[in-house]
Design a protein. Sequence first.
Length: 199
Amino acid sequence: MSVVYFFQTMGTATRLTEEAAGKLEEGIKIIVSRWTALQMAVHNQWGGPHSAHIPHNLSSNLFSLLAHSKDKVYIDEVEDMLDEFMLSLNTQIGDGSIEEIAEKLMIMHEECLEGNYNSILSLKEADPPRRVPTYIQQDDSDDDNTTDEIMSNDDLSAMVVEAPATGSRHSQLNVIDSPPADDGWTVVGGSKRNRGRRN
């Protein structure tokens, strides 16, 4: 007898097959592994010596939330989980990637419920280069020519995150990452995150 996972959506119980659950778990791991802000925080151990375990724990918790919840899962719950894990790395995100990733995860889950794994296959086929994000620290001076020149390059994408505080002062970093993958999952944004609930 096949194992099934139940998910409440639109007031009707829907079964997530064992195969679909496996695909969903795989897709979650891929998305988490390609989240630039998270990987930068882990690489720099902003959450301490155990930072390396955060991506695995986040993937497991996201899968548990989406695959095992008996109630309808709202996108706000996914956003909150992403936000909490980034805070555990002493990192505040201001690039809109939390909302974007949460939306991608919700869509992926719905597709898995329908037995549609195309987005997951696209992610696997994209196979972006494995590289550690680099960053440039901004100061308060007017000498921003180098940074501005880099940020204006159309071949680069940028994100803004809050690094851990040193004393009472936070450092703002610009994350310079590789060009967006063909699957379009790289996120670029500039506005601060609004944590208000959706209706």
